[in-house]
Design a binder for this molecule. Sequence first.
Ligand code: ZN
Length: 268
Amino acid sequence: MGDRPHESTEVKSTDSGPGRGRALRIAGVSSLVLLVLAGGAAVLWLSTRASEPTRTAASGKRPSVRAPVRLDTLPRPRSAERPRRTRRSPAPAKEREDDGSTGGGDGDRASDAAAAKAEKRQEIAALASEDAELEAALSGDRGPGSGSGEVVSPAPGEVIARFGRLLGSRHAGLDIDVPAGTPVNAADSGRVAISGVMGGYGKLVCIQHTGTLSTCYAHLSRLRVEEGDSVDFGEVIATSGCSGRCYEPHLHFEVRDRGEAVDPEDYL
Ligand SMILES: [Zn+2]
């Protein structure tokens, strides 16, 4: 009788003691392994997540040179030197006259306007015929450049001819109305890819800013940089004029992406 409780205790302890303990230990070890595995996976996932935004941010700074850059949202360190923007200039009477018919006024004025329009048409056609040559010279990805990819207007003045189809040809840039002898500023830092004379473009400077983005400045009167020179944003690279095929003194300004002319006003 006195053994029974002892026996039963022993039986109980035999059934539930070591057996359950082993089971619990196994369960404990398994959950520990699972925890370690889950923890490892979580650490891996977190480290992947942590490195991803860095890459995105690094490339996100320059996602594509095609992305329009608004200058008023991108303060530059040397804003005091930044040339005045030309984007919001109203279309001058000159362009409206060129694009419309030359009716009205006396015969002399009409014939002058017709002559000016013919000259302008010839200039745009001349530059259009040389576009492929310039595109080839500035094409491809040219490795990292010193520029930011942000472009500012290279000279203060009204835009007198915009980018796009104009007088029967494709106008590859902006014409900025500046008197001959006006200093022309580099629109961004970079390396001078072209400095010389080229047909209708006349005296021409092109600067490579990033691997893909370049700018060109045409009809210049005096070149102040040589090919291979490094230039800073805002640096005077030339003075404006009317060299090459030119209807009147102005600065012809182009922005090129992998050599292909794009609308400068998308970048200004
Ligand atoms: Zn032009």
